[in-house]
Design a protein around this ligand. Structure first.
Ligand code: DHB
Ligand code: FE
Length: 290
């Protein structure tokens, strides 16, 4: 028995997408093409609903702030309330945790020399709830438990791409020794190119984004070597959120000697609010027999 990664999902988490869902604007001309781009993934996940999701996201000064800045934090609680980001919590279900899986990942990953901060009180913001809305729509309850993994990409210095990829590998190894039988997806959120502040506010770099998606699929080890300055220069100050996608990618089996994953769906759309939206679903394949 063990837990196993079955797929990884990557998506932007623009807050205005959540507002469009909550205010029933998804069929309006501005939003329709964006939501159409997720239909394949929604049909796919209805057929491949996991037993749990490890959801890598960043908190946007909602739970954490300048008083407390964990580089990597893991939510170990049984339930995560939807955060009030200034205009009341989104009208979406609370997020149910998986304390056993979270505790196991915590002990395994820390003993693999990663420092994770354990968080039991974790209201979750748009970084976590918008991806759930994009993939699952508006259910009365989210279809499976979620283990939140929060990454600091807000306050300098963010972790390197290399460290993120290695954390993903460590999470995969942790699942191997879980005493239970679980299909687990790992999601990476944030990005793609966007800058919300300063003279370059509104920056979008589609060429960079497409190249990032290509390399995420085919050359994650090389992509992990991209320095922060390149994310910020090319993808804008908030484009650094993309390092989180490397955590999800690092957990895929091809980086542990397994088969190349299949691309279930790839989508790119400009813009949603100030952001280039990227989305990718990679599914595990059985190891090719020798
Ligand atoms: C926007 C995008 C984000 O990723 C975010 O966290 C906040 C705002 C935006 O494009 O509006
Ligand atoms: Fe963000």
């Amino acid at each position: 028995m063990s837990a196993r990664i079955t797929a990884s999902v990557y998506t932007s988490h623009v807050p205005a997408i959540g507002v469009a869902v909550d205010l029933d604007k998804t069929r309006e001309p501005y939003w329709q093409p964006l939501f159409a781009g997720y239909e394949t993934s929604r049909a796919w996940i209805a057929e491949h609903t996991p037993d749990a999701i490890v959801l890598v996201y960043n908190d946007h000064a909602t739970r954490f702030g300048l008083d407390l800045i964990p580089t990597f934090a893991i939510g170990t609680a049984a339930r995560f309330p939807v955060a009030d980001e200034g205009w009341g919590p989104r009208p979406v279900p609370d997020v149910i945790g998986h304390p056993e899986l979270a505790a196991h990942i915590t002990q395994s990953v820390i003993q693999q020399d990663f420092d994770l901060t354990i968080v039991n009180d974790l209201p979750v913001d748009h970084g976590l709830t918008v991806p759930l809305s994009l993939m699952f729509g508006q259910p009365d309850a989210w279809p499976c438990p979620v283990v939140p993994v929060a990454v600091n990409v807000v306050q300098y210095p963010a972790p390197s791409g290399r460290r993120c990829l290695e954390l993903g590998k460590a999470i995969r190894r942790a699942l191997d020794t879980f005493d239970g039988d679980l299909d687990v997806q790992i999601w990476g959120t944030g990005g793609m190119s966007h800058q919300l502040q300063g003279p370059r506010a509104g920056l979008i770099n589609s060429e960079f984004d497409h190249a990032f998606l290509d390399r995420l699929i085919a050359d994650p080890e090389g992509l992990a070597g991209m320095p922060h300055i390149e994310y910020v220069r090319e993808a804008g100050s908030e484009g650094i959120e993309l390092v989180m996608w490397l955590i999800a990618r690092g957990a895929m089996g091809d980086l542990a000697g397994g088969a190349t994953p299949s691309t279930v769906h790839r989508f790119y759309h400009v813009p949603a609010s100030n952001t280039a939206v990227g989305h990718l679903v990679l599914q595990e394949n059985q190891r090719e027999s020798a």
